[in-house]
Design a protein around this ligand. Structure first.
Ligand code: OOB
Length: 546
C-alpha cells in the first residue's frame, strides 16, 4: 500500500480503473451544488422548521457561507471540527467547506470533551463549529475548554440561531455576498473525515475523498430509486455516514429530491414531520425502529406517505423486521454499512424473506468482499468468517494511524471489518457477530478498550472487562465486570466517566462485581460466562438511556 504521510491512498492502478469505469466522476462535492441548481432550480432542496430552501436558494446560501469562511482565513487543506445537530447550518457549512477544499471533521452532538479533545489533538483543526446548546448540553462552555487545550483552533463558530449574548461569531454573521472565485479542488483529495466507532482507546478518523463519497451517495440513491419526488427525513444524527450519504442527504440532493431535517429521532418529532411533508424515505437504527413500531400502535399520525424505511447500523432481528411493512405501512430495506466504506443493501425487488433475514449485498460490482478464517484463508461457501473488503469507496487506511493501519488492513489492501458474516444461497450477507472489541449499543459504537482503561482509573477497581449483553431495547447493552478492592456502584462509575467528560452512550448500563474471573478450559477469561451472569443479574431496562 502506497501511503502519503497522513492519508493512505489506493494504488494508482486501482484509482485509474475507477476513473476509467466512471465510478469516480472526478468531481468535487462542492461543485455539485451548481449542477444541482441548474438541474433542479425551483425544487425544494431542504426544509428545517418553517424554512424551505429551493436548490437555487441553497446554492446562494452555500456561496455566501463559503465567502464567509474564506474571509476568516480558512483555506484548502485546513481541518474544521464540526459538531452540529441536524440543521441547515450543518449542511450549508459542510458544502461551503467542500467548495474551499477545507475538510470538515464530523463529530456527533452526543460526543463529549474526551473524544473531541483527542480528535483535535489528532487533526489540529483551525476552527470548531458548535451549537450554543442542544439537548441541555452547553457546547460553548465545552468549546472554551477544548480551545484552551488545543492551540490550533483559531475560531469558535456557533450555530446561526445562537443568542447574541455570546462573545463568539455565529455562522450567519460570517455570511458574505462578496464575489468569490470558485476554487479548483482535486477530487481525489480528502473531502471530509468521518469518525470511526473504534476498537482501541484512541479515536480514529476516516478520510473520505470527493470521488469516493460522491459515488457512495449517488450510487446508493440510484439503488434506492430516489428521484425528484423523494422526500427524505433525516432522523439519525447526520454526522453519521448512513443518513448523510447512504443515500441520505447527499443522495437525495443528487436526485433533486427534498430533505426534511428532524432535530431528534423520536416518533413524537418524526411522525408529525412525516405527515406534514409527506415524507417518502427515511433511515433508522434497529433500536429506534422498535420505538417507532411501538409508537405506531397508539399514535394515529398519518405516516402513510412513507414508502421505504432503511434499517441498519446494528443487527435487526427478523422478528422486528417482519413487522415493518404491516405496522409502518412501508417497504423495508436492510443496510449493513460502515463509515470506512462498504455498503450492503437488500434490493427493492428482493423477496420479503431475503429482506427480513439478510443484510443485503454490496452496492457495486467493484466492491471486493471475501470471508476468511483466523488465518485469513477463505472459508467454505456458506460458512461464517470475518468479512474483508476493498473497493472504490472503501478507505485504504485511517488518518495518521500508520501503526494501527498495519493491522486494520491486509497487505493487499483489504479492510478487516471485524464483522462475522456468511453468504446465503441468494448471495446475500448475514451478519452473525463480530470479532472486534466493540459494543454496538443501539447502533452507537463503543470501543471496549477505551472504557476498560477508564474503569481502571478508579482507585478501587483493580481489573475491568466490558462485555456486550443482549438487550431487548438497545440490541446490546454494556456491562462493566469488575474486580475491586472495595465495592463500586454504577453511580460511582457514572461519576468517574462524567468527570472524564465521556459521552453518555458509553456509560455502562450495568455493573457486576466479582472476586475472580471465570476461566475457560484453556485458562482464558470466559466472557460468555460473564455475559450470562450479567443477564441473570439484570434487573430492569433503563429506558431513559436509549
Ligand atoms: C454504520 O457505520 P458505523 O461505522 O457506525 O459502524 C459499522 C459497523 C459494522 O462494521 C457492523 O459491525 C455494524 O456497524 N453494522 C451492522 C449493520 N450495519 C452496521 N451490524 C449488523 N447489521 C447491520 N445491518 O453503522 C453504517 C454506515 C452506513 C450505513 C449503515 C450503517
Amino acid at each position: 500500500m502506497k501511503t502519503t504521510i497522513d492519508t493512505p491512498v489506493r494504488p494508482k492502478a486501482e484509482q485509474d480503473l475507477y476513473i476509467e469505469e466512471n465510478i469516480w466522476q472526478q468531481q468535487s462535492l462542492g461543485s455539485l451544488v451548481a449542477d444541482w441548481r441548474s438541474q433542479f432550480s425551483d425544487n425544494v432542496a431542504l426544509i428545517e422548521d418553517e424554512t424551505e430552501l429551493t436548490y437555487a436558494q441553497f446554492e446562494q446560501r452555500v456561496i455566501t457561507r463559503s465567502a464567509g469562511f474564506r474571509n476568516i482565513g480558512l483555506k484548502a487543506g485546513d481541518h474544521v471540527m464540526m459538531q452540529l445537530p441536524n440543521s441547515l447550518d450543518f449542511i450549508i457549512s459542510c458544502f461551503a467547506l467542500f467548495q474551499l477544499g477545507v475538510i470538515p471533521i464530523l463529530a456527533m452532538p452526543a460526543q463529549r470533551e474526551s473524544d473531541i479533545a483527542a480528535l483535535c489533538e489528532l487533526s489540529n483543526p483551525v476552527a470548531y463549529i458548535v451549537p450554543s446548546s442542544y439537548l441541555g448540553h452547553d457546547y460553548i462552555a465545552m468549546a472554551q475548554r477544548i480551545v484552551s487545550a488545543c492551540s490550533s483552533i483559531e475560531h469558535i463558530l456557533v450555530a446561526s440561531d445562537t443568542p447574541t449574548s455570546t462573545p463568539y461569531t455565529s455562522l450567519s454573521q460570517l455570511d458574505s455576498t462578496e464575489y468569490m472565485q470558485v476554487s479548483n479542488i482535486d477530487p481525489t483529495s480528502t473531502a471530509l473525515m468521518l469518525l470511526s466507532g473504534g476498537t482501541t482507546g484512541t479515536p480514529k478518523l476516516i478520510p473520505r475523498s470527493h470521488n469516493d463519497y460522491y459515488f457512495n451517495a449517488k450510487a446508493s440513491a440510484e439503488l434506492c430509486q430516489f428521484n425528484e419526488q423523494t422526500t427524505y427525513l433525516a432522523v439519525l444524527p447526520i454526522a453519521h455516514n448512513f443518513p448523510l450519504a447512504c443515500p441520505g442527504i447527499i443522495g437525495t440532493l443528487c436526485q433533486g429530491g427534498t430533505v426534511v431535517l428532524c432535530p431528534t429521532p423520536g416518533p413524537d418529532e418524526a411522525f408529525p414531520l412525516i405527515e406534514q411533508h409527506k415524507v417518502t424515505h427515511t433511515a433508522l437504527v434497529p433500536a429506534l425502529t422498535k420505538l417507532w413500531l411501538e409508537a405506531k400502535q397508539w399514535d394515529d399520525t398519518d405516516i402513510s406517505s412513507l414508502q421505504l424505511l432503511q434499517v441498519g447500523g446494528a443487527k435487526f432481528t427478523a422478528e422486528q423486521a417482519i413487522q415493518v411493512p404491516d405496522v409502518l405501512g412501508c417497504q423495508l430495506q436492510q443496510v449493513f454499512g460502515m463509515a470506512e466504506g462498504l455498503l450492503c443493501f437488500t434490493r427493492l425487488d428482493d423477496p420479503l424473506n431475503e429482506v427480513v433475514h439478510t443484510q443485503g449485498r454490496p452496492l457495486c460490482d467493484f466492491d471486493k468482499v471475501r470471508i476468511v478464517d483466523e488465518q485469513d484463508n477463505p472459508v467454505a461457501q456458506g460458512d461464517v468468517g470475518e468479512l474483508q473488503t476493498k473497493g472504490p469507496y472503501t478507505i485504504a487506511g485511517y488518518y495518521k494511524a500508520q501503526a494501527h493501519n498495519q493491522t486494520a488492513f491486509t497487505t493487499d489492501g483489504f479492510y478487516r471489518t471485524g464483522d462475522l458474516v456468511r453468504v446465503n444461497q441468494a448471495g446475500n450477507l448475514i451478519v452473525e457477530g463480530r470479532i472486534k472489541e466493540q459494543i454496538n449499543r443501539a447502533g452507537e459504537k463503543i470501543a471496549v478498550a477505551e472504557i476498560e482503561q477508564r474503569l481502571l482509573s478508579h482507585p478501587y477497581i483493580d481489573e475491568a472487562i466490558l462485555v456486550p449483553v443482549p438487550d431487548a431495547y438497545l440490541g446490546e447493552r454494556s456491562c462493566a465486570c469488575i474486580i475491586s478492592s472495595q465495592p463500586v456502584s454504577l453511580s460511582e462509575v457514572y461519576q468517574l466517566l462524567q468527570e472524564q467528560q465521556v459521552a453518555r452512550f458509553k456509560y455502562p448500563d450495568q455493573i457486576i462485581s466479582l472476586s475472580f474471573w471465570p476461566l475457560t478450559a484453556i485458562g482464558k477469561i470466559n466472557k460468555k460466562a460473564l455475559i450470562k451472569r450479567a443477564e441473570d443479574e439484570y434487573v430492569e431496562p433503563n429506558m431513559n438511556q436509549l
